[in-house]
Write a protein that binds this ligand. Structure first.
Ligand code: ADP
Length: 259
């Protein structure tokens, strides 16, 4: 196929015969291309707010800076752009930390109900906090990394609040899934996601509507982070959505085994 990359290695034997090795490098080329794309995307995502920020600072240094109204307005924009860059850098750092820890299996007993409470408090400042409905059954502790699981909850519940519709609930449910797993689901009644986008949502910087994501403060990395956290926890992630009706994100996590 077009994307197939073969590496050829030729070895000469003692009697002069030559052996040709063909090594399939398709996988590593794909990984390399993804890495290059990622660096290009990340740089672009940082360059845009930085250019805008510098433009406003430049204007402020000129006459525009003399008018208090204009100054206040421009400073607000500069602050917003700096915050956007900060969010992106925080997400990039999280992603690389999680990837670095990929092969270290997490081993703490984590009470998801407690974490949900904490994350809800953190999100309570957001405009749609009033719409949160929490349904928690008695479930065993999961095995995990509490910092990462709290980030997972933050991203998934945060998305449901961002992309949900005003005055409709965001429902967070926690229940047992057989003996060995716990099921967490986060459902919103927002705009939903067209089916062709769903398989790509966990790619870094993939967004259904970039303008909307950016205006809501999204970095495009939230679900990529969630996917990595779920993988490290040997869990499962499923996104189901119906356009105009809403989206449900379901995550299964293994419970701690009593030995
Ligand atoms: P972002 O920072 O843009 O929210 P994410 O990685 O968290 O990035 O999500 C990727 C994209 O998936 C979002 O830009 C949005 O288009 C879509 N998305 C995620 N969660 C939802 C949801 N609950 N409802 C509708 N669309 C969603």
């Amino acid at each position: 196929t077009r994307d197939q990359r073969w590496e050829m290695r030729v070895r000469t034997l003692g009697d002069g015969r030559r052996v040709v090795h063909l090594i399939d490098r398709t996988g590593s080329y794909a990984a390399e291309r993804m890495r290059v794309d990622f660096v290009a995307n990340a740089s672009h995502e940082l360059r845009t707010p930085l250019a805008s920020l510098l433009g406003y600072v430049e204007t402020l240094r000129e006459d525009a800076g003399d008018d208090p109204g204009t100054r206040a307005r421009f400073l607000k924009i500069v602050f917003g752009e700096a915050q956007r860059m900060q969010r992106l850098i925080e997400d990039l750092i999280s992603l690389s930390r999680i990837e670095a820890e990929k092969y270290r299996v997490p081993d703490k007993a984590v009470d998801l109900a407690d974490l949900i409470d904490q994350v809800t408090v953190e999100l309570s400042g957001s405009p749609r906090a009033a719409d949160l409905v929490i349904q928690i059954a008695d479930v065993p502790a999961v095995v995990g990394d509490p910092t990462q699981l709290s980030q997972l909850l933050h991203n998934v519940i945060g998305n449901a609040m961002k992309y949900g519709r005003d005055a409709t609930p965001v429902t967070v449910t926690l229940q047992p899934e057989g003996e060995a797993m716990v099921r967490l689901s986060v459902a919103d009644e927002g705009e939903g996601i067209p089916p062709q986008h769903i398989p790509r949502l966990t790619e870094r910087f993939y967004r259904v509507d970039s303008g909307r994501s950016r205006s809501l403060g999204g970095t495009g990395l939230g679900l990529a982070i969630v996917k990595h956290i779920v993988e490290r926890h040997r869990g499962r992630l499923d996104i189901a959505s119906a356009v105009g009706k809403g989206t449900t994100v379901t995550i299964l996590l293994p419970v701690q085994r009593l030995s």
